[in-house]
Design a protein around this ligand. Sequence first.
Ligand code: 3NM
Length: 211
Amino acid sequence: MKDFRLYAITGEEFHPGRELVEVMEQAILGGVDIIQLRDKKSSKKNVLKKAQQLRELTSKHNVTFIVNDHLDVAMAVGADGIHVGQDDLPLAETRKVVGPDMIIGISTHHIDEAKAAEAGGADYIGVGPIFPTKSKEDVVDPVTTSYIAQIEEDISIPYVAIGGIKRHNLKQVMEAGAKRVCMITEIVAAEDVKARCEEIIGLMQEYEEAR
Ligand code: 3NM
């Protein structure tokens, strides 16, 4: 897959009164490389509608588009990838469904899950939650930046740090070795989403150079 640095996940409940596509376009203009549609609440029909809109948007801007959970929706709209959790279809079966070309990402919360994901053919893994987060229900306890250090040591596929990452704690994440970061609230709840993304990317560059 094309490498990336800043990965934004949708979180419509965090920007009431603002349209999904408008917010995500601002994130793209601010420099995010990947957009993931994550919607645990809407009907399949509505998830499909949002996926169609975001596919159109991301194609226009040449940005990678990933759909969370809904394999059928991901395939129907021609998404670049699918993101699954530990309780979804196993990776081998997911690969059979989506074919050889689609990106498959999977959330991991423990080094054993990360190793299994790598062995199972995941294209990238999520590594988190690094810090406490209110954006995911039933989330496990924070894995802290020590999990990033373990991943750096043992895992070769791309990984993205996630969970409670904000400007004020980004430095810790980068210092632990992360090169890619994923955020919901720090991006989508910002008053000026484009400026927020530019600021985050600027900080990532600064911390990377200091490494
Ligand atoms: N997955 P925020 S944490 C969607 O650890 C998600 O796998 C996580 O939202 C994981 O940036 C998380 O607002 C929520 O904390 C991230």
